[in-house]
Design a protein around this ligand. Structure first.
Ligand code: DOR
Ligand code: ZN
Length: 447
């Protein structure tokens, strides 16, 4: 039997919920792990047994859900474990994550989906939703047992880490499960460009290294959204990086395709000239693009063409990110910086829009609960400190990965609390110290 989560009143926070049109000081009353009421002032019928959690100075919003993380379980505990990855998620302000299937072995069958769910539940804390691979062993040619994985709890399908090479396999997969709600999440990168070290353009020409151009992404995005169009399958483009991909997404939507796209913090903040010194740690797929692409991507977030944020948390062991560029693994540990980086980049957008991009729109994409504080919903809540200066120090990450695109950068928004089903899985005060006392959840807190 699971321990019952204490009833709690989260008092005095600025509560922002785009689904309720709410931005005001409120108390969130949580009973039996569910949001019972959002109250202006004190509860009418105070529950004397309920713990009072003082949230003055905090913003509370629907729990953030990261639709794109690599937890390296099973197979690569030197890069990340479920424990370290879920702790990093909690510290980063996430109450749920969707885990990509490029593990060893890959999540390509129902038993693997069930095992991941069981392993994450045994740890507790942040919810972990498996994404099943589209093809067997993620090899790109034969469709995996998608219905079985869906039944076992897969929330989406993707061969992320690589494009599903065979159009035939992708088309048949989408057509044969068009009736299921699980979306396809495309990693768009034409396999013909395998071996690329960075974006192909003026900087790669100067350095004399092989690159993958915008076209390698946009052409696959067009292919995949055509599959969406002919099959009617819900589709999502992972880590959009090229301006032409945004054009493709706009075109697909204009023809009625049910498609979305995600932006990552590194693609909206970094450019390929950061590799001018052959910096191996900045290698990522898709690669960092030009300043023109970054401008287009930011504009697409501002106009709502892209309305989902993802960290693409891709932790690696320190040695994996060492020079030379040609041998470095791709990706960054992103869970603990994503919220700060996106709030900083899009400081001119309403906070409610950022909350929707981190929470409501992701819940809708994946068909999972959460994304709202409406009474009756599970009490998944993200707490933030605004105007809280801090500097990224990868040595302090709970993730085992230390590679980040943002080392030493100063931000002014910091996750303060993560509540999952009413349980406080992470909580710190304004100076970053773990909250003490009965409300402190120590599992995900390093101290
Ligand atoms: O940079 C990346 N890292 N992009 C991917 O698509 C995969 C990921 C990883 O698994 O390391
Ligand atoms: Zn990817």
């Amino acid at each position: 039997m699971k321990n019952r989560v204490p009833n709690r009143d989260f008092v005095g926070a600025r509560v922002i919920d785009p689904t309720l049109g709410l931005d005001a000081i409120r108390t969130i009353a949580v009973r039996n792990g569910v949001i019972a009421a959002i109250i202006d002032g004190a509860p009418a019928e105070p529950d004397l047994d309920a713990e009072r959690v003082d949230c003055a100075g905090m913003v509370l919003c629907p729990g953030f859900i990261d639709p794109h993380v690599h937890l390296r379980h099973p197979g690569d505990p030197q890069k990340e474990t479920l424990e370290s990855g879920l702790a990093a998620a909690a510290a980063g302000g996430f109450t749920a994550v969707a885990a990509m299937p490029n593990t060893r072995p890959p999540i390509d069958r129902a038993s693997a989906v069930s095992q991941l769910i069981r392993a994450a539940e045994a740890i507790g804390g942040v919810r972990c939703y498996p994404i099943g691979s589209v093809t067997i062993a993620r090899a790109g040619d034969s469709m995996a047992a998608l219905r079985g994985m869906a039944k076992a709890g897969a929330v989406a399908f993707s061969d992320d880490g690589a494009t599903t090479a065979s159009l035939k396999a992708l088309y048949h997969a989408a057509r044969l499960i068009a009736d299921l709600p699980q979306p396809f999440l495309s990693h768009c990168d034409d396999p013909a460009f395998e071996g690329a070290l960075m974006n192909e353009g003026a900087i790669s020409d100067l350095l004399g290294v092989a690159g993958a151009p915008n076209l390698a992404e946009a052409a696959i995005a067009a292919r995949d959204l055509l599959v969406a169009r002919v099959t009617g399958k819900r589709w999502h483009l992972c880590h959009v990086s090229a301006r032409e991909t945004i054009d493709v997404l706009r075109w697909a939507r204009s023809t009625g395709v049910d498609a979305s796209g995600e932006a990552t913090p590194h693609h909206v903040r970094c450019t390929d000239d950061q590799l001018l010194g052959f910096d191996a740690s900045m290698r990522v797929n898709p690669p960092l693009r030009s300043a023109t692409d970054v401008r287009a991507l930011k504009a697409a977030v501002v106009d709502g063409t892209i309305d989902i944020f993802a960290s693409d948390h891709a932790p690696h062991a320190p040695d994996d990110k060492e020079p030379p560029l040609s041998h470095a693994c791709v990706g960054f540990s992103g869970l603990e910086t994503a919220v700060a980086a996106m709030f900083d980049t899009f400081r001119d957008l309403p906070i409610a829009t950022l909350v929707a991009n981190f929470s409501t729109n992701v819940a809708r994409l994946l068909g999972v609960e959460g994304g709202t504080l409406a009474p009756g919903s599970p009490a998944d809540i993200t707490g933030l400190h605004l105007e809280r200066q801090w500097t990224v120090d990868p040595a302090a990450f709970l993730s085992k990965g230390r590679a980040t695109a943002f080392s030493g950068q100063a931000f002014d928004v910091k996750p303060a609390m993560s509540v999952v089903g009413g349980a406080i899985v992470y909580a710190v005060d304004r100076s970053g110290r773990p909250l003490q006392g009965p409300n402190a959840a120590r599992r995900a807190v390093k101290a």
